[in-house]
Design a protein around this ligand. Structure first.
Ligand code: IVH
Length: 671
């Protein structure tokens, strides 16, 4: 390829990818499969490596990250990033409306939108290119996090249409709840603490130095405020619509994420709609924002030192109740981490009965000064897990004693250790502590690891209690007679179980590696290690330095892996597993194409699934020859519908005669 051809191909590919990206993330449609998209991106990346002189400033390859920011520069905001005044009840909104109307001297049009509970961001665009992305900081100046923001697929890097040369657009970056849950699950898989809530998680992710990691996290962003000297319109709604045409993800009227009203009653309806509907959203909101639509009137109303007088937030109340803390108990995790749990007098909160809440660690207990017998305030916001927010000190029983954090493991009495820099206490007796042993076995058999059919947590309990297994390698020595002797074990379930164990010997190496339960070695890391080292022997012989040298394996992971393998008992376990025939090397050029039953069929996958992540499902469809697209059209053959799928999608599928499949029906088709 000569220089001219390279330059041209780079330009064509960049444009194509941008178009596909826009169609997928903004319009929810897609003309090509994920696989084809990745191929285009790969081709572009290769050409850019070869001909760096033609790489565009905001090339779509920036989406995959790579840039490292050692220190985030402080940037002064061109327009200060103000906050909103809050209101908690309808009277305050009526007051707001009256103040505004008085000044306007006429009926005023308001816009209503959601109050996104994420991280505020200001995006500056110059000549249609993303120039800078800055956090709120103290309102006057914030941090330049451009490289990380470039990896967010719904933030356009290059604009389309008729945009102003120089303007800023503000919005909120957040974790979709499904992504946040998956992130926490994989953290738990590798023995890391769960992250407390999506907002803090998003804020932490955006401050990471390695943009590649940020790219892998699938953050999303809604934009809700356009600022600049030369905006095309004089109302908030019109400017937001214009921003949508330039390529931004803005809340749409058609999805009820945006509305305009001329009366306070309309605003109340919007509030009622979302205070009920917020649980259906795949992101967290903490209220509703009401703004004056007309920019002239906004200017007239002006600002206080902290917030505009033309807007107000209505905050949803996090529901709170008071109840008695009966007891603090302590849970032992698979990795030996101790989690204190508040056992509460059962109480109804936001529609569910709450009996327990996590107290996280010793510091949290000290911070709350929480004691058994206390009356405590329990809260459930938009968040999924209830938390204890306060102790009612005025009601503290007279004989109350400060909580003494346990010093020994509640399961095996081993003295607990707290490593400097870690929040949690640990029981290090991993081969003798029954809870840890069972936890490791449960992890070993889990779906993402060995995926053993016919075997669940309860059976593990039973086999362990019956003395038939002491570690996961023992599973492969089970025989029919012994298992049949256990309670409630019928012939059929025993054969299923043994067959499931036998089948698991075909599970590929990277999943076996994950199944071993090495701290910090999750699914992705296992894949990286398997790909790099090819087999277990090479890993066993690798030095710590060689492990650290693997792409994306940091010191923490490498040390954990290295010292795990140094232990005699682990070495023995691995050797036993090898001798039973488990896969300890990768099968090169493994073709995942199983059969092409879906050839010529187009699928839309939507919602949350029990046994598949959405990506797994899409991959399966492609493995079987099908094509994934983002939105339903006449050409769609199947809609695979999970939980929490929006009703609009279902209606559309029905009206176009698209076959709707449940997860089970999809699995049945594969069979
Ligand atoms: S408008 C001058 N609209 O809430 C005010 N803000 O405390 C411009 N927020 O700073 C902000 N959703 O971080 C606006 N739909 C929305 C919002 C929103 C969330 C955040 C934003 C703001 C804070 C106000």
């Amino acid at each position: 390829m000569d220089l001219f051809q390279a330059q041209e191909r780079i330009a064509v590919l960049s444009e194509q990818i941008r178009e596909h990206n826009h169609a997928y993330y903004m319009n929810d449609t897609s003309e090509i499969s994920d696989y084809e998209f990745d191929q285009l991106l790969e081709e572009l990346q290769k050409l850019e490596n070869e001909f760096p002189q033609f790489t565009e400033e905001n090339s779509p390859t920036k989406r995959v990250g790579g840039a490292i920011t050692k220190k985030f520069e402080t940037v002064v905001h061109q327009y200060p990033m103000l906050s909103l005044s809050n209101s908690y009840n309808r009277e305050e909104l009526i007051d707001f409306d009256q103040r505004v109307q008085k000044l306007a001297g006429k009926k005023v049009e308001y816009t209503c939108e959601l109050k996104y509970d994420g991280v505020a961001i200001g995006l500056q665009y110059k000549n249609g290119q993303l120039h800078r992305a800055v956090t709120r900081g103290d309102g006057a100046k914030g941090d330049d996090i451009t490289e990380n923001v470039k990896t967010i697929r719904s933030v356009p890097l290059k604009l389309r249409g008729d945009y102003p040369d120089d303007f800023e657009i503000r919005g909120e970056i957040f974790y979709p709840i499904s992504v946040f849950k998956a992130l926490n699950e994989s953290r738990e898989d590798i023995g890391e603490d769960r992250l407390a809530n999506p907002r803090n998680a998003a804020s932490g992710t955006l401050k990471m130095q390695d943009s590649k990691v940020v790219a892998s996290r699938r953050l999303d962003c809604y934009l809700y405020y356009v600022l600049g000297e030369h905006l095309p319109f004089k109302s908030h709604e019109e400017n937001l619509n214009a921003a949508a045409s330039w390529g931004f993800k803005v809340p749409k009227k058609s999805e009820k994420l945006f509305a305009t009203y001329q009366s306070i009653e309309g605003i109340f309806e919007f509030i009622d709609y979302w205070s009920n509907g917020r649980n259906q959203l795949n992101f967290e909101i903490d209220g509703i924002v009401i703004k004056v639509n007309d920019y002239y009137l906004q200017e007239e109303l002006g600002y206080t030192a902290k917030s505009p007088r033309w807007a107000i937030a209505y905050k949803f109340k996090a529901e709170q109740v008071e109840t008695r803390l009966n007891e603090i108990t302590y849970q032992v995790g698979r990795t030996g981490a101790i989690t204190p749990v508040a056992n509460l007098e059962p109480i109804l909160l936001a529609g569910t009965t709450v009996k327990r809440a996590s107290l996280h660690n010793a510091d949290q207990i000290a911070k709350l000064d929480i004691r058994e017998g206390d009356l405590v305030q329990v809260e459930k916001g938009g968040e999924i897990i209830p938390k204890v927010v306060r102790v009612n000190l005025s009601q503290r029983p007279v004989n109350s004693q400060p909580t003494k954090y346990i010093t020994q493991c509640p399961e095996c009495q081993t003295a607990l250790i707290r490593v400097e820099g870690e929040a949690k206490h640990y029981c290090l007796n991993e081969t003798g502590c029954p809870t840890q042993i069972k936890g490791k076995m449960t992890h070993f058999i889990s779906r993402k690891a060995m995926d053993i059919d016919g075997l669940g947590e309860e059976t593990i309990e039973q086999l362990f209690a019956g003395g038939l297994i002491h570690n996961y390698a023992d599973l492969f020595t089970l025989n029919e007679q012994d298992v049949l002797k256990l309670d409630r074990m019928a012939q059929k379930s025993v054969s299923n179980l043994l067959q499931g164990i036998e089948n698991s010997k075909q599970v590929p190496f990277e999943r076996v590696l994950f199944a071993l339960g090495i701290r910090y070695v999750g699914e992705t890391v296992s894949k990286k290690l398997a790909k790099h080292f090819k087999n277990m022997n090479t890993i066993l012989n690798a030095s710590l330095e060689e492990m650290i040298a693997v792409d994306e394996i940091g010191e923490k992971i490498a040390e954990s892996l290295y010292f795990f393998l140094q232990k005699e008992e682990h070495f023995e376990l691995i050797n036993r597993l090898k001798s039973y025939g488990l896969q300890f090397e990768i099968i090169e050029e493994e073709s995942t194409q199983v059969s092409i039953i879906f050839e010529g069929n187009t699928f839309v996958v939507s919602g949350v699934f029990e046994n598949y992540s959405r990506n797994d499902l899409k991959k399966t469809i492609e493995d079987y020859g099908g094509k994934n697209v983002g939105s339903i059209s006449k050409k769609t053959d199947y809609l695979v519908a999970g939980d929490k799928m929006g009703p609009a999608k279902k209606e559309k599928a029905e009206s176009l005669g698209v076959t709707i499949l449940s997860e089970q029906e999809f699995v049945d088709m594969l069979d």
